[in-house]
Design a protein around this ligand. Structure first.
Ligand code: SF4
Length: 446
């Protein structure tokens, strides 16, 4: 048996979840995901086999509670965290991670940018149940403590392997920009050029060294690494639009076409793929972007940052992104990267992070109801029952953020003899009046 292969109870072996699915094997991870998604194991296996669903599950992520990502499943959300110069205490950052998981984040991207990043990454994959993602190109400069132009293609690939060994479930790799992109960016004169942090690093490295993008040139070697550990590739969108004026332009679409080709090559290697998407996009272009991606990338799960539907709301970009995210997920996106009120302004603090997660959860849930995901609306129906019964504890139990809901109610309670209502309408509570009227009771407004 190949030492990289996993074995199921029947003795059958496989490398990745996709390999297993194609061999007709139901993995332990598939069993868990099928149950969570209220679908049969066989339905899920077929979707994993054809790449429409991924189960990012590195063999070395021992604490993982697996999730599936695909447009026909519940929409998942990602939260970016990590150790930085301003927050370098592992335990504090780990508390933020677990708080994000408690609020409903299914994925954490570790964007650590300070000191030795490996201990925190290893802490995540030994303690955190959420999917863990990283962006190895960010970490390369930090890991080697050398300037970008001194790094070699091998250096970048070694960091990908290091992250894979450490148990990371998915890696964002900006494989889709090439030397041709340098000419395109100059020729098409975008307003915002490249706004992807990883994309700008790859672009800068290519410009300084004169060499081809190593994540594109050595893609086959990367696929070998990903197959060995079952790391899902999240194909980064280096050319995602950074403002509405750049949305759906030649640079974005040309990169998307290349991402489609790279998706196919990964699938030929049984490597699972997510494709990353825009960015800043006018609301009327969001659905079309999702449809084009689904077509070009053959239904591979789409992972969107936002999309932000206007450029003028710094301080409120969690709302801008939730509007775009809801429409995107309803139209085919599978995975939303959270955006916080601090977007475009500063490193998010704890409150920003919470606001970003709640906004993304609302967008994801709204889309799941619209898509008809089995059972998605059950909790809304429970909330409606609790509201009708003026049962406040039951309402809090259904709330996405019970703490905030409770605090608002308790800070502004109605007068004593109407404590079953809230102070919004007080004595004129429509719910109370209707309940009483329908049961033949007297309505004591005064
Ligand atoms: S007082 Fe108004 S807002 Fe409050 S529960 Fe009654 S109807 Fe709803």
């Amino acid at each position: 048996m190949n030492t990289n292969e996993s074995t199921v109870s029947t003795g059958a072996t496989y490398t990745t979840q996709m390999d297993a699915a194609r061999k007709g094997i139901i993995t332990p991870e598939m069993k868990i995901v099928a149950q969570k998604e209220k679908m049969t194991e066989e339905e899920l296996r077929a979707l994993v086999a054809c790449g429409k669903v991924v189960i990012p599950a590195n063999k070395n992520h021992k604490s993982l509670d697996p999730e599936g990502v695909g447009s026909m499943l519940r929409t998942k959300i990602n939260v970016n965290l990590g150790v930085s110069r301003d927050c370098k205490d592992y335990d504090v950052e780990m508390k933020k991670v677990m708080a994000a998981v408690d609020l409903g984040a299914e994925s954490i991207m570790d964007l650590s940018s300070h000191g030795n990043t490996q201990p925190f990454r290893q802490k995540l994959t030994s303690e955190c149940p959420a999917m863990i993602g990283t962006v190895p190109v960010y970490d390369s400069v930090i890991h080697y403590q050398r300037d970008l132009n001194t790094l070699t293609a091998k250096d970048f690939l070694d960091v990908v392997e290091l992250h894979a060994k450490d148990g990371v479930d998915f890696v964002t790799l900006h494989c889709g920009i090439t030397r041709k992109t340098i000419d395109q960016i100059k020729k098409h004169k975008r307003k915002m050029n490249i706004v992807s942090r990883g994309g700008s690093l790859v672009f800068a490295w290519m410009s300084m060294t004169g060499e081809e993008n190593p994540f594109y040139e050595f893609y086959d070697e990367i696929l070998d690494i990903c197959e060995k550990y079952d790391v899902t590739i999240s194909l980064g969108d280096a050319c995602r639009p950074g403002c509405l004026a750049d949305a759906t332009d030649v640079c974005q679409i040309e990169e998307l076409v290349r991402l489609g080709e790279l998706t196919k090559r990964a699938w030929d290697h049984n490597v699972q793929v997510i494709v990353e998407g825009p960015g800043h996009v006018p609301l009327n272009q969001v659905a079309a972007n999702m449809q084009v991606q689904q077509q070009i990338c053959m239904g591979a799960p789409f992972y969107v940052l936002g999309p932000l539907v206007t450029d003028i709301a710094p301080g409120y970009d969690h709302i801008t992104a939730a509007i775009g995210g809801a429409v995107a997920a309803m139209s085919g996106a599978a995975f939303l990267c959270y955006v916080t009120p601090a977007e475009h302004l500063a490193l998010p603090n704890v409150e920003d992070t919470k606001q970003g997660i709640i906004a993304s959860k609302i967008a994801a849930h709204a889309a799941d109801i619209a898509k008809g995901v089995p059972g998605a609306r059950d909790i809304d129906d429970k909330m409606a029952d609790a509201r009708k019964n003026l049962d406040w504890d039951a309402q809090f139990a259904c709330a996405l953020d019970p703490e905030t809901a409770k605090a608002i109610r308790q800070s502004r309670m109605p007068e004593e003899d109407h404590s079953d209502t809230c102070s919004m309408c007080g004595k004129f509570c429509a719910v109370r009046s209707m309940n009483k009227a329908l049961s033949g009771e007297n309505i004591d407004i005064l």
